[in-house]
Design a protein around this ligand. Structure first.
Ligand code: AMP
Ligand code: FE
Ligand code: FE
Ligand code: ZN
Length: 281
């Protein structure tokens, strides 16, 4: 069991537990430091902190996960301890979320053309108030019986190479890193195992200001984690990580606390943020 989990989602983006439910779960699991890292939105933080008041041993760091593109692949960048109240940072998140809506509509349109109509209203209902994403479309497809598992939606239809896939508005990882740094946050490369030229990519992102990379990613094998640990050490990057929990309740879904970085990593993240104008709350 880990004491730290720096990668968690809630109903505010594509997770299935509310911030409150997530906080009760991580507290029950004995976690000491966690980050709520929803996609393109920070609106779940307040509720999470309120729920955490009954758990004085638990620290919740502000986080966010930004989606970016490189040729032929997608890179997610996590940002921790951002001064999320900064108006220009929130304006950027709002832009990303607005572009998610048009993109999701585009995918729903393509599915209709492929003979798999899902109601746009239903997708919006599943997504709720926060950031809409492909998992919400996948759940609507599941309800309609077009697929039997969430991952099938990604494998066959709305994954990067799927027939109903629509690209997002392009953003480079360097831009995302800059945005996070400008708001006082600590940028960390999410789940890097899918990258083809990991060393090259890390060189570039490190030059742009990257401070860490996910190593203790709960879904990764022991061998992969050891491999990534070596890369982080070599590049002087903080070995971060967590469960990337969405509460999908799929068979092998990692649970918060299954794996995560040691406490010193979370301490260092907080230290770096405080040196550059970030916030812990
Ligand atoms: P989006 O934010 O709309 O680009 O959708 C990306 C999200 O879809 C990720 O954050 C995951 O939560 C989810 N996702 C990606 N691939 C899969 C998959 N194979 N099975 C289930 N969920 C996935
Ligand atoms: Fe997600
Ligand atoms: Fe991600
Ligand atoms: Zn995530």
């Amino acid at each position: 069991m880990a004491e730290v989990d720096l990668h968690l989602h809630t109903t505010i983006s594509d997770g299935r537990l509310t911030p409150e439910q997530l906080v009760h779960l991580v507290a029950r699991r004995g976690l000491r430091v966690v980050a709520v890292s929803d996609h393109d939105i920070t609106d779940g933080l307040e509720a999470a902190w309120n729920a955490a008041e009954e758990y004085p041993q638990l620290t919740i760091l502000p986080g966010v996960e930004l989606s970016t593109d490189i040729p032929g692949n997608e890179i997610h960048v996590l940002g921790y301890c951002i001064n999320y109240r900064a108006a220009d940072f929130q304006a950027a998140l709002k832009r990303f979320r607005d572009s998610r809506v048009g993109r999701a509509q585009g995918m729903v349109e393509r599915l209709r053309a492929l003979g798999m109509p899902v109601d746009w209203e239903r997708v919006q209902q599943i997504a709720g108030e926060g950031a809409i994403g492909r998992p919400h479309i996948a759940r609507a497809m599941l309800e309609r019986g077009y697929i039997s598992r969430l991952s099938e939606a990604f494998d066959n239809y709305i994954g990067r190479n799927g027939v109903a896939y629509v690209e997002r508005e392009k953003q480079s990882p360097e831009e995302a890193i800059q945005l996070i740094i400008k708001a006082g946050g600590v940028p960390v490369l999410a789940h890097p195992a899918h990258l083809n030229n990991i060393s090259e990519t890390i060189d570039e992102l490190k030059a742009a200001g990257l401070e860490g990379m996910e190593v203790f990613y709960a879904e990764y094998s022991h061998t992969m984690i050891e491999h990534l640990k070596g890369i982080a050490l070599q590049n002087d990057l903080l070995p971060c990580g967590g469960s990337d929990y969405h509460a999908n309740d799929t068979p092998r879904e990692p649970i918060p606390g299954d794996n995560g970085p040691p406490l010193w990593v979370a301490d260092r993240v907080m230290e770096i943020a405080l040196e550059r104008g970030g916030v812990l709350r």
